[in-house]
Design a protein around this ligand. Structure first.
Ligand SMILES: NC(=O)c1ccc[n+]([C@@H]2O[C@H](COP(=O)([O-])OP(=O)(O)OC[C@H]3O[C@@H](n4cnc5c(N)ncnc54)[C@H](O)[C@@H]3O)[C@@H](O)[C@H]2O)c1
Length: 389
């Protein structure tokens, strides 16, 4: 969109390298394999496509419901679009269970990266039906297709908002993590990868800031102290591939994004890097469902290090009652229930942090916690965490 072009490279704003970070095992996971990527027209999905091609994938099937995004990706990859060389481009809605099953049966992927989602916090808050349909049932549909056709690995892209969720976005992404854990088998390993904001992704903070600053308008900020974890798109995609090669069972990998950054500081840095004065800031107040600071793990989750310095892991148990929660949500959506009813049904479906866990606490540094057998030691019974709707 005109006016949102970035004048600053995200890696300069974060003082980070933009280079993806994978080792030989990640290369081994992808090289010579067939990969299917949902949400391939989006920021994360398209970067996963590029990196898988660079890692020598035999075939990368790109799936999205946005035909223009697929057209543009095709143009980027093949220098022409929709002229036959791009038969690995698929206009498929991931929520269409039969279409997904047929696609997976036909393409026979070794690995699926599931990046298709609704991701905007205020929009998912006002349209919870579409968020549930895409983020929960879309993920379930991809996973069912993968299990049915014995795909070896599925990696569901999650978000830090799934940790102690307070928004429709967080709730639906947490449910998607649980759906993954519920369906995983020894044949189909399913894991999720959580991370924070990806700087410069489509429809995100940085393009909006570029637009506002270019027009010399005041910048709106929900809270002066609001902070987020940030990383670049290539960093995120590279670490997702690294995490994928480590998945052994039902787990959530969490990417290390360094320290959280105050959004106000990013605005100041953007102004300095573009030789502009610091803009006027209009504080609007936190939006419904928005946290002041994001957390990487819920208060109930125990996590430990992996062999990769920038990836931690927490295990996810199969949640008793999950099917009831999903059936209730499905019924509400089929019946066209109002947003309030879906919000009310979602809230109890959330994994609640135990009372001792501080809500909206400042992010904690990653620590190693192991039980005697080296696995994550749960403090609360998972069955106690999910209240059936
Ligand atoms: N961008 C970020 O800052 C960020 C941070 C953490 C996690 N994530 C997660 O990464 C994933 C991808 O985010 P993104 O930034 O690339 O978003 P994006 O909007 O750029 O891409 C999402 C893609 O999914 C597609 N899609 C949506 N519904 C679909 C459906 N029913 N069937 C098929 N395709 C569908 C969209 O058309 C779009 O191309 C999301 O799960 C998001 O929650 C993103």
């Amino acid at each position: 969109m005109a006016g949102t072009e970035l004048e600053v490279r995200p890696e300069d704003l974060l003082s980070r390298t933009a280079d993806p970070v994978y080792g030989p095992e990640a290369r081994e996971l992808i090289a010579g394999r067939t990969v299917l990527i949902t949400g391939a027209g989006g920021s994360i999905g398209s970067e996963l496509v590029r990196q898988c091609l660079r890692l020598g994938a035999a075939r990368v099937h790109k799936v999205d419901v946005d035909e223009t995004a697929l057209f543009e990706l095709s143009l980027e990859l093949y220098d022409h679009a929709l002229f036959g060389a791009d038969s690995d481009i698929h206009l498929v809605d991931v929520t269409d269970q039969r279409a997904m099953s047929r696609l997976v049966e036909r393409t026979r992927p070794d690995v699926i990266f599931h990046a298709a989602a609704k991701k905007h916090l205020p929009l998912t808050q006002s349209s919870p039906d579409l968020a549930v349909r895409t983020n929960v049932f879309g993920t379930e549909s991809v996973i069912r297709a993968a299990v049915e056709h014995r795909v070896a690995r599925v990696v569901n892209i999650s978000t830090d908002k799934a940790a102690d969720p307070t928004s429709v976005l967080g709730w639906t992404k947490r449910l998607a993590e649980l759906v993954g854990a519920y369906h995983g088998t020894s044949t189909t390993r399913i894991s999720s990868v959580r991370f924070g904001n990806v700087l410069g992704s489509r429809g995100s903070f940085l393009p909006a800031l570029a637009h506002t600053m270019r027009r010399g308008q005041p910048v709106r900020l929900t809270h002066l102290e609001a902070s987020r974890y940030f990383m670049t798109i290539p960093e995120a995609a590279g670490l997702v591939i690294e995490a994928a090669r480590m998945s052994t069972e039902n787990e959530v990998f969490v990417l290390d994004m360094g320290e959280p950054v105050r959004i106000l500081d990013l605005i100041t840095r953007y102004a300095a890097l573009t030789d502009r004065p610091v803009p006027e800031i209009q504080v609007t107040g936190l939006r419904p469902g928005e946290k002041l600071h994001e957390e990487l793990f819920s208060g109930a989750e125990r996590h430990h290090e992996t062999t990769h310095a920038r990836i931690s892991v927490t295990s996810v148990a199969r949640q008793a009652g999950l099917e009831d929660v999903l059936a209730h949500l499905r019924r509400l959506i089929v019946e066209g229930a109002p947003a309030e009813a879906i919000l009310a049904a979602l809230a109890p479906a959330t994994i609640q942090a135990p009372a001792w866990a501080p809500k909206h606490a400042a992010p904690r540094p990653v620590t190693t916690i192991r039980s005697a057998r080296g696995r994550v030691a749960p403090r609360v019974r998972p069955s106690a965490l999910l209240r059936p709707a």
